[in-house]
Design a protein around this ligand. Structure first.
Ligand code: AGP
Length: 608
């Protein structure tokens, strides 16, 4: 996620605040940074690919004195990390400067319209469209121009804008992207997140969607997008700086688990319209996709399990066979795949060595490559023929949580997109699945509302040292992922297994000391899962079940049950992993472990 800061007030030089504020937002992850200040009725801007330590030497304290000012750390979503794509972005006349956090879904259309009106663009970003749109409406009243401009935007935005013509004004607006206002004495601070302003003030107004702030040294007004005044209460922040970076959560892992509804929305943003999937952005020719006969997915760890989820969806919707391979194995296999095959690399970092090598080998023998990374401009993104980005934002916790959810959403989107091209399911049936996708954020929220139940369950099982996680068909990837999460965060031995394999050996493990977690949501083979639960119960095994809301049959058999809302079977892993993430998190906390940086693990395994 990008980071925004802004200042207006009694300081006649706000550069220091801008830089210090951006430093407090570095934890959000970024690839570029920049600031702009107003002085002598001009705007001075410095921006650069790289980090704040690369930007600061470029800032001439004399030249960059001024106020108001805005600053930005960019986490690229549209357009590679580069100096031109860094924010702030300037209007044609260089009289307006703007920073933005979010994704503008209709930026191409707006860009075309603005070009026809004579605007020229210097970047590949969606953001730049906003400052030209505001310039188009600008008749000397910046607030009015912003009010008109934001009404034409579709997508998510938190923006801050300054004008060279009005040295005492900062305007900001938010829709579906966080923005707070810090209240000082004759000075006001704007930021994406509270840590950026805590050093200056603890008095904060949290903006809501559809609100615009007009801030001047002698006061602020807040209105809706129609100009109606809104009374806002001032919150006194009691957190310390570190807690503020975690948004009030104790750990990044918990914060990122709770970000998942927003991450699902962000990954679908601009890609689902009137029950259609729009993925032309991936850049693979439709003809190639239409003729596709097979897919091979390569990945590691959690991304491999997201690959299993994608496989099930592609086989269900697009009706072509899909193999999912562990990258570190695939790379040593003879490249015997033939025919019209698409090789897909799922890698949130885009830098996992084994996955990169596998993709390079497949590319060398002539297969088209699709990368599904979370990091714009990562190696996987640069080397692939097509790219489908997940928009999970930077994941600070080493354990993958929100990035896996984003990968699964990307897999569903691609599967439905491919089915539409290959016409392998009826439009009506496809529409049903697309509509259900849009309901997933709220369904994840419903599970997060059950957090306390999961916390109690973790208390009950915190001293067990061996777990089995069992699932079948669509639920199996969630069982694998649940076991991996528990292993990597709590160091407890946990094994994910196809429930149908129990009789072939693992059932020997079952006794009262080995809790068994079943993915037992409603589905075609639930009766088989239920008989597996009975087998475990008969051997005094303890059963934790993930079940569909209202399913009494499973609840009667289990010692503990966490309910998830009903959804199509193909989507159940996305819901089922959420209680397992929470169970892992609370078990790790109860064991006094560092859940954000578990021992021995790296966020990205860039070595073989
Ligand atoms: C997930 O919790 C792990 N940290 C790990 O398995 C991770 O998923 C794996 O290393 C793959 O990383 P990538 O998605 O960046 O390729």
């Amino acid at each position: 996620m990008c980071g925004i800061v802004g200042y207006v007030g009694k300081k006649n030089n706000c550069t220091n605040f801008l830089l210090e504020g951006l430093k407090k937002l570095e934890y959000r992850g970024y690839d570029s940074a920049g600031i702009a200040v107003a002085n002598d009725r001009n705007l001075k801007t410095v921006k650069k690919k790289g980090f704040l330590r690369d930007l600061e030497p470029l800032i001439n304290p004399e030249r960059m004195k001024g106020s108001p000012g805005i600053g930005h750390t960019r986490w690229a979503t549209h357009g590679e990390p580069s100096d031109e794509n860094a924010h702030p972005h300037l209007s044609c006349e260089k009289r307006l400067a703007l920073v933005h956090n979010g994704i503008i879904e209709n930026y191409q259309e707006l860009k075309q319209e603005l070009k026809l009106k004579g605007h020229h663009f210097t970047s590949q970003t969606d953001t730049e469209v906003i400052v030209h749109l505001i310039e188009e409406h600008y008749q000397g009243d910046l607030y009015d121009a912003v009010k008109k401009g934001v009404k034409e935007l579709r997508g998510s935005f938190a923006i801050a804008v300054i004008s060279a013509d009005d040295p005492d004004l900062l305007v900001a607006a938010r829709y579906d992207s966080p923005l707070v206002v810090g209240i000082g004495k004759n000075e006001y601070f704007i930021a994406s997140d509270i840590p950026a302003i805590l050093k200056e003030t603890r008095k904060v107004i949290i903006l809501e969607d559809g609100e615009i702030v007009k801030a001047k040294p002698d006061g602020i007004t807040i209105t809706d997008f129609d100009g109606n005044l809104i009374e806002k209460e001032i919150t006194e922040i009691t957190w310390d700086a570190e807690a503020a970076e975690k948004g009030g959560y104790e750990d990044f892992m918990l914060k990122e688990i709770h970000e998942q509804p927003q991450v699902i929305l962000n990954t679908m943003r601009g890609r689902v319209k009137e029950a259609k999937i729009i993925l032309d952005e991936i850049g693979l020719p439709r003809e190639l996709l239409k003729r596709l006969e097979r897919m091979v997915i390569v990945a590691c760890g959690t991304s491999y399990y997201a690959g299993l989820v994608m496989r099930n969806a592609v086989e269900l919707f697009a009706k072509i066979p899909v193999d999912v391979e562990i990258s570190s194995e695939f790379r040593y296999r003879p490249m015997l795949i033939d025919g019209r095959v698409l090789v897909v690399g799922i890698t949130q970092s885009g830098e996992t060595a084994d996955t990169l090598v596998s993709l390079r080998q497949a590319k060398r023998v002539g297969f088209p490559i699709l990368a599904i990374p979370n990091v714009i401009g990562s190696s996987a993104a640069r080397e692939a023929d097509g790219v489908l980005y997940t928009h999970a934002g930077p994941e600070i916790g080493v354990a993958a949580t929100k990035t896996m959810t984003a990968q699964m959403v990307a897999g569903f989107l691609f599967a439905l997109y491919l089915a539409g091209i290959k016409k392998t399911i009826s439009d009506e049936r496809r529409e049903k699945f697309i509509k259900e996708l849009l309901k997933l954020p709220r369904k994840v929220e419903a599970i997060l509302d059950r957090e306390d139940e999961v916390k109690q369950m973790a208390k009950k099982y915190k001293n067990y040292n061996n777990f089995l996680f069992l699932g079948r068909t669509y639920g199996l990837p969630a069982a694998y992922e649940g076991a991996l999460k528990l292993k990597e965060i709590t160091y407890v031995h946990a094994e994910g297994y196809p429930a149908g394999e129990m009789k072939h050996g693992p059932i020997a493990l079952i006794d009262e000391n080995v809790p068994v977690v079943f993915i037992a949501t409603k589905g075609e083979v639930q009766d088989k899962i239920i008989s597996n639960m009975e087998e475990v119960k008969a051997r005094k095994g303890k059963i934790i079940a993930i079940a569909t809301e209202g399913d009494k049959k499973v609840a009667d058999l289990a010692d503990d049950v966490i309910y998830v809302p009903w959804t199509f079977e193909a989507y159940t892993p996305l819901l089922a992993v959420v209680p397992l993430q929470l169970f892992t998190y609370y078990t790790g906390k109860l064991r006094g472990l560092n859940v954000d940086q578990p021992r021995n693990l790296a966020k990205s395994v860039t070595v073989e």
